[in-house]
Design a protein around this ligand. Structure first.
Ligand code: AMP
Length: 186
């Protein structure tokens, strides 16, 4: 993939930190890695949960950050105004569009229903040929195993083509993910 600007990695992740401390640890490691690799972080501009952890780590290591948040979440998700670029949108749909359009790759960390919504949107868009951006699932301590099993079930029961999982690269930890991103973004 040829780049005329800094490669950008869109990170979808929980607005909460989750129970296993490994989720926060991996989010912190990812933020630092993005900065060290000179990849721009594109994310939902919140200062809460794993979102805040990734962003603060990227900033602490001199990384470029681009956050997009809708007006009505400015208080709930503590809009992080000190990012390199901070955009406020009117709607959730605009937020997702701006994040996606400014990304070269998508990374999904542990998260809740919001993270899954974002994940399924880019996966289904990929399935119907609307984009070719690579999608990486960070499967910290097997967090996404049940999601992967669900995708297998959809395929086994004939509701999805077996290629569905080909659009997805599952990584066990951040070094594994960084290697896969390096290959995809070079
Ligand atoms: P969660 O994984 O539920 O903690 O949410 C992670 C992020 O996804 C948060 O910034 C939420 O605002 C966002 N989110 C939640 N629901 C949606 C949705 N329907 N579309 C887009 N983003 C969402």
């Amino acid at each position: 993939m040829a780049h005329t600007r800094t490669p950008s990695v869109c990170v979808y992740c929980g607005a909460r930190p989750g129970r296993d401390p490994a989720y926060a640890h991996e989010a912190e490691t990812l933020g630092r890695t993005l900065a060290e690799e000179r990849w721009r972080l594109v994310y939902g501009a919140g200062d809460v949960g794993l979102m805040g952890i990734v962003a603060r780590a990227a900033q602490a290591h001199g990384g470029e950050t681009f956050g997009v948040i809708p007006t009505h979440l400015m208080n709930m998700e503590v809009g992080k105004r000190d990012l390199t670029r901070f955009v406020i949108t009117e709607t959730m749909h605009e937020r997702k569009k701006v994040m996606f359009m400014n990304a070269d790759a998508v990374v999904v960390l542990p998260g809740g229903a919001g993270t899954m919504d974002e994940f399924f949107e880019v996966l289904t868009w990929r399935q119907i040929g609307l984009h070719e951006k690579p999608i990486f699932l960070l499967n910290t301590n097997g967090y996404w195993n049940s999601l992967l099993a669900l995708l297998d079930h959809l395929i086994a029961q004939g509701f999805a083509d077996s290629s569905l999982k080909d659009f997805l690269t599952t990584c066990q930890d951040v070094p594994d993910l960084a290697g896969a991103l390096r290959a995809a973004l070079s």
